[in-house]
Design a protein around this ligand. Structure first.
Ligand SMILES: [Zn+2]
Length: 231
C-alpha cells in the first residue's frame, strides 16, 4: 500500500511538471504548431493515466508475510459474495439477461484447444464419467470458469454436499445455438445432500457471473451458472 501511495505521489509530480511544461508550450505567443503538439501530448498523457489507473485498480492488497500463492489459495477457499436470502425456482442473479451478465457467445474468438481446461476433483460427481454412450467430457470448462468452479467445489464440500456436474462444455447437441455451453462458459449442476436453492446461493457466493435456477415444468431441475470470457 505504501508503495502504491509513493507511486501515486511520483506520478502526480510528473503530471504537474508536464502540465507546467505544456502550459509553457501553449502560451498565446507560441507558434500554433507548438500549441497543437503540446495539447496533443497532454491528451495522450491523460489517456495513458486513465489506462494505468484502470489497470491498477484491480491490484489486490497482499498483507505482509503472506505470499501471493497463499493469498490465491485463501481466495479459493472462501466465498467472495454474500449468499442471497432466497433463491427460488426460475430465479436468476443478477436479475437481467445472461448476455448482459456473462457476455454473448463469440465462437470466432473461441478455440477449444486454447480456451478449455480440464478440471477434476474426487469430491465431485461428473456425469460423463458415468455415461458410456456419450462422447462429451464434463470435465472440460473455459479457463474463465476455473476459479469460481473450484471455489464452488470447496463451498459445497464444506456444507456437506456432493456436487454433481451434469453438463459443461458441449460443442453441439442439446443446447440452443447461442448457449454458453458451446464455449465451456456455462455449467449445469445438481447436488446430493443439499437443496438446489442452497446450491444456487453457493454458486452466487462463489462468484459466477450469472446464476439461474432452471426449473422446467417437465422436470430436470438444475442450476445453470455461467461466467464472462474476460475474467
Ligand atoms: Zn445450462
Amino acid at each position: 500500500m505504501v508503495r502504491l501511495i509513493k507511486w501515486a505521489d511520483a506520478a502526480a509530480r510528473e503530471v504537474w511538471a508536464f502540465l507546467k511544461f505544456a502550459g509553457h508550450l501553449a502560451r498565446p505567443s507560441s507558434h500554433p504548431a507548438v500549441q497543437v503538439s503540446g495539447l496533443l501530448s497532454l491528451a495522450i498523457l491523460i489517456g495513458l493515466l486513465a489506462y494505468i489507473s484502470r489497470a491498477t485498480v484491480h491490484y489486490a492488497y497482499i498483507p505482509p508475510g503472506e505470499s501471493v500463492l497463499q493469498q490465491a489459495e485463501l481466495h479459493l477457499l472462501t466465498a467472495v459474495r454474500a449468499e442471497p436470502d432466497a433463491f427460488k425456482p426460475n430465479m436468476r442473479l443478477p436479475h437481467r439477461s445472461e448476455i448482459r451478465s456473462s457476455g454473448a457467445i463469440h465462437l470466432k474468438a473461441f478455440f477449444p484447444e486454447y480456451d478449455l481446461m480440464h478440471v477434476d476433483d474426487p469430491r465431485v460427481w461428473w456425469e460423463s464419467d458415468h455415461d458410456t454412450d456419450d462422447v462429451e467430457d464434463d470435465h472440460l470448462v473455459h479457463y474463465a470458469m476455473e476459479i469460481p468452479l473450484k471455489r464452488l467445489i470447496e463451498l459445497v464440500h464444506r456444507e456437506g454436499g456432493k456436487l454433481k456436474v451434469q453438463d459443461a462444455y458441449r460443442a453441439d447437441g442439446i443446447h440452443y445455438p447461442k448457449s454458453l455451453h458451446k464455449e465451456g462458459r456455462a455449467i449445469d449442476l445438481t447436488c446430493e445432500n443439499m437443496t438446489l436453492e442452497k446450491l444456487a446461493k453457493l454458486c452466487w457466493a462463489a462468484d459466477f457471473d450469472w446464476v439461474f435456477y432452471e426449473a422446467p415444468k417437465g422436470g430436470g431441475h438444475h442450476i445453470h451458472a455461467s461466467v464472462r470470457a474476460d475474467r
